[in-house]
Design a protein around this ligand. Sequence first.
Ligand code: SAH
Length: 229
Amino acid sequence: MALVDTLLGLPDGGEHAGPDSRTIRLLLELRSGGVTDTRVLAAMERTPRDLFVPEPFRDQAYTDVALPLGTHQSVSAPSVVGRMTEALDVGERMKVLEIGTGSGYHAAVLSRLCRRLYTVERRRDLVAEAERRFARLGLPNITSRVGDGLAGWPEQAPFDRIMVTAAASRPPETLLAQLKEGGTMVVPVGIDGRDQRLLRLHRGPDGFDVDDLGPVVFVPLVPEASARD
Ligand code: SAH
């Protein structure tokens, strides 16, 4: 029985084997930590995080901590992925763009909630590995590519939702321009780790409304011109 059904007291849909105890513990922790959207919890329940973290950290895959991916990358903590995803309010007919594929974990969670998920990452090795994971999990609605996320994905724009998973000094103009009217972007802003805030921008007919969703810590979005690794 799916955990979310269990929590809601719904009958067993019989679609897949139940989650293991580590997943149950993590999901209960997320719920008590404020991630309450059952669609988001169900998407996370169905996305095994251990597949997305490097071998030496696999035993920590179901604890609520960020884990290193490489030199300047990390897989965000599950509670951060949950909070950001809930804040983005993704609908099943939507076209969504993610910036910073990293391990592919957040992309995999998002892809279960929308029609089509596009994701951009500057590191070729990470894209290749993430694509292998998407194939293994059978996630057919994700398209990834190597590139500068600050340029967005103009050929596929506009998007209903944009999720930025690395910090910018301010909400990137190019990405804002690729958001539909009525669309929403979630982006960590501030490059100083001590003073980063998660912002949600909503595009209305006359401009953007901004909500401050609180402090976060993300690796910076690297401008291509200064990319060295
Ligand atoms: N969403 C990821 C975590 C992202 S960490 C996950 O679920 O695992 C931030 C990622 O942004 C890193 O992989 C980093 O390489 C990437 N990144 C940094 N600057 C970028 C840029 N300008 N364009 C695309 N990706 C970038």
